[in-house]
Ligand binder design. Sequence first.
Ligand code: TXA
Ligand code: MG
Length: 333
Amino acid sequence: MIIKLNKAVQVLKDGGVIAFPTETVYGLGADATNKEAVEKVFEIKKRPKDNPLICHFYSLEQVKKFVPDLNKTAELLIKSFSPGPLSLLVNLPKNTNLLPATRGKFSVIVRIPEHLLTLELIKKLDKPIVGPSANTSGKMSGTNPEMIQKDLSGKLGGILDGGNSEIGLESTILDCRNENQIKILRPGAIGVLELKKVLERVEILETGENEQKEIVPGAKYKHYSPEIDIQKIDLDKAKELKNFEENIHVILLGSSEDLKNLGELGKNVKIIDLGSKKDLNSISKNLYYNLFKTDKLNQELKLELKKAYLIDLKLGSSSIEKAIKNRLEKVVN
Ligand code: TXA
Ligand code: MG
C-alpha cells in the first residue's frame, strides 16, 4: 500500500514499520528509539537477532545529539558526503537510547540518505529511523515499490513511494571509530578515490571478507540472491553456446554491448540487458531490478529445464565498478 508523507510520519509515531526511499535502496523504517518498533523490523525481515540496524538521520546536528563525541574524521566525512551514499560506524555514549537498533553494542552506523521525502520524514518525526534494506533476509534489496510489494506485501504500515533508487546499490560502510585510520567495510558508490580527495592524513584501508564478517554481522549472511542459479561465462563461451541447447530455456544477462555482439539468438533464449558499459550508473541503478525481472521471467517460463547465464561484465576498478562486482560475486556461481 502506497502512503503519503504525513501518513508515514504517523505510522512511525505509532510504532509501526514502513518502507522508505533512499538514493541507494529502499529501507525498512521504524523509530530507532522505540524498542518494540525496532523488534517488529526484525520479525518482518526475518532478520537474525544479532544483526544490528543502520540508523538514518536528517542532519549532522541530529547525529550529534545521539553521538556527541563524533570524531573529526567522521564529522569531515559527513560534511563532505552527506546527504549521500555513505554510512559510518562510530562509537556511542554510555547513556544512549539506540541499543535496540545496535543489538546492545556501543557503536552505531549512521547515515544521512539523499532523498528529500525521507529527509522530510525523519525531520518531521524528529527521531532517527532504523533502515535495513527493504527485503526479507537473504533476498535482494528493493529499489522500487513493486519489488517491495512482491516481497513484503501485507506486512508493512505502508510504502512511501519515492520512485526508483538512483544508485541502486547499498551505501559504502566505513569503520570510523579510529579517526586516524578508516576501513571500508562494504564497498559502494563512494570508494578510496573519492575519500582520498577529502582525507589527507587519514589512512584508508580496504578490508577483506573475513574482517568484514567480524565487524559487520550482515556480511556473514547470504545476500542479494535471486531465486534462479546464475552461472558466469565469458563472451567467447556465450558465442560458442550462441543458440544453446534447443530444449532448454535460457536467460542470458549481459551488457548491451556484449548482447549485441552475439547477433541473432535462438527462440529459446531470453535476454536481460543490464545496460551499457558506457553508463555504469545505469547498470548499478537497475541491477537489482534486473535480477528481480530474471526471477519473474524464470517463473513465467513453464518448461522445466531452465538455465541462466551472466556474460562477465569485465568491470574495472572505479568505486562503482568495485561495488557492482562485489554484489555480482554473491549472485553468480
Ligand atoms: O544503503 C544502505 O545502507 C541501505 C539503505 C536503506 O540506507 N541500508 C542497508 O542496511 O543496506 P542493511 O541492514 O541491509 O545493511 C547494513 C549492514 C548490515 O550488514 C549490518 O550487519 C551492518 O550494516 N550494521 C548495522 N549496524 C551495525 C553496527 N552497529 N555495527 C556493525 N555492523 C552494523
Ligand atoms: Mg540488506
